[in-house]
Design a binder for this molecule. Sequence first.
Ligand code: AMP
Length: 422
Amino acid sequence: MIPRVADGSRTGNGDPETPGALAGIPQHPVETTDRDFVGLGLEPAVLEVVERIGFEHPTPIQAAVIPDAITGTDLIGLAETGSGKTAAFVLPIVQRLRRGAGVRALIVSPTREIALQTKAFLDLFRKSRLRVNSACLIGGVKIGPQFDQLRTDPDVLVVTPGRLLDHVERGTASLAGVEELVLDEADHMLDLGFMPQIQRIVSQLPRQRHTMLFSATMPPPIERLAKRYMKDPVRIDLSPKGAASGIEHRLYLVDERDKKRCAVALLDTVPGSTLVFTKRRSDAEWLCRVLERGEHSVARIHSDRSQSHRVAALESFRAGRHRILVATNIAARGIDVQGIEHILNYDLPDTPEDYIHRAGRTARGAAEGVVSSIGTWLDKSLIRQVETALGHPLPRCEAEGVAAYRELRSLKERRKRSPLRR
Ligand code: AMP
């Protein structure tokens, strides 16, 4: 397999022959293989759309997943974010849905933004010979237009869990005929926050179905849980060990009271489009105000903001009108913005998997990027776990004008070296 890089110039808006084919779907360079879509077992009606979109060769995850998915084999697909997972499950699904009526496929996403991107990709098949009709049921927007979408008799539902359950309870959506289930960002869907909702959704589905799970990371306990929903799944693991290549990691250890100064110093000195993660909404708001006063161009996205504000913030960051986007964890997954050069973890995430997910917002496909993290002594154990996951220590760095926190050796280490100890 020869890795190539599709630069996106033949796809979507950049391609004069297919103007706007991928409008609404952000494009960025992606590694492809030397295989052909024809050789993967796709039918002419699907291949016509692939050609119209401008995809010339499948990406590694597409080449690995599509042949099994077409035959209805349950599978767990592990590959980094931005590696072409959407087409890896959408192409086999639209091919398998050729006969029948009613909702036959369900794609569950953890965030509204990912659901909207998947829906935009599915829409490319609506006007094709396949006439695949889909509806998007996500929270944060009015429910009325969703009733209208459901009345058009969709074949596929793309959903976030809460809003789907709302429709199921009202009797406006039925899952009784679902043959195809996809859990996107599955490790997140199966963690504690979402698990009760996923259980309720799965309990509404026929037992006899085809199930596919996709994720960038899959901790073993979650994988064991995931397998309960599947029949002899094949595991296709193309995830890089640790985070994507092309990322430079930097760790800024500071005293708790210096975190804010450190963040501002880094945003003042590290150029390029930057995504900042904070744990608390109040910190996101504070940081935005300080940055605006410092004449930085900054947008923000967190759960206190309406869906229309979230979409507008993401759009203006994507379009380059704002250099900095400050986000709480909701934005960690699925933000598909081309050319993010710098990720700043104002707070470290709770798990090493989340660190890798966040890092995956930069250096997508073949690009390069920097991930800066601000840590305090409280983060010591997590830093060690991240270093184990990456397979190397995080280089310690110092921000301009902010004193670095001096790491002390543990008591055990100090005792070991003490001359008084025999
Ligand atoms: P995804 O991981 O599905 O979000 O896809 C990441 C990006 O790669 C999107 O911009 C897709 O439009 C693009 N992409 C996916 N598959 C291909 C392909 N086979 N050739 C070129 N670009 C692709």
